[in-house]
Design a protein around this ligand. Structure first.
Ligand code: AR6
Length: 173
């Protein structure tokens, strides 16, 4: 199975085969990590996204990376958190599953994920970290298609939550 890494930083700088974007269903850009990815990739990314015609929540679409060091961008549409009784957990898990499947179909052996839905979309960060780690683990069990999975965190709290979800937190040592 792939090696898992947790790091703090800007996902747009990472030299991996695919980075994942926390997009919205229009796929036409926005704020947060989506804005940063579009700025770093350049206008050709938006042109390719326009041709995709959107993406339902819980699914993903893939494009090239253009000006990014990453060859591909997987645009995953996370759920807006509205209390947890609208299928948010399953939709978030779907983002990770679909993103991995698409990246592997395109030959990616390394992938970096942001903490999808935990910014503007308001998903509780601890719950989202657990779902991310569990879903990626489940999806990649018995697969040797992926070498490296990076959970790219933008803040120290998120980094700590991923370390804990992976069982690497200070308390677990
Ligand atoms: N690198 C890594 N992580 C980042 C970066 C970065 N450069 N910038 C922000 N984050 P958000 P969402 C973290 O709000 O909640 C957009 O407008 C951020 O700290 O980007 O899924 C879209 O167009 C947080 O931990 O995405 C949608 O409309 C995480 O990325 C909407 O926001 C996700 O925060 C999607 O909301």
């Amino acid at each position: 199975m792939a090696g898992f890494e947790v790091m703090r930083g800007d996902i747009t700088t990472l030299r991996v085969d695919a980075i994942v974007n926390a997009a919205n269903s229009s796929l036409l850009g926005g704020g947060g990590v989506d804005g940063a990815i579009h700025r770093a990739a350049g206008p050709e990314l938006l042109a390719e996204c326009r041709a995709l015609g959107g993406c339902p929540t819980g699914e993903a679409r893939i494009t090239r990376g253009y000006g990014l060091p990453a060859s591909h961008v997987v645009h995953a549409v996370g759920p807006v958190w509205t209390g947890g009784d609208k299928g948010e957990d399953a939709l978030l898990a779907g983002c990770y599953r679909h993103a991995l499947a698409l990246a592997m179909e395109h030959g990616a052996r390394s992938i970096a994920f942001p903490a999808i839905s935990t910014g503007v979309y308001g998903f509780p960060k601890d719950r989202a970290a657990r779902i991310a780690v569990e879903t990626v683990r489940e999806t990649l069990t018995e697969s040797d298609a992926m070498d490296r999975v990076v959970f790219c965190c933008f803040d120290a709290e998120t980094e700590r939550l991923y370390e804990a979800a992976l069982g690497r937190g200070r308390a677990a040592r």
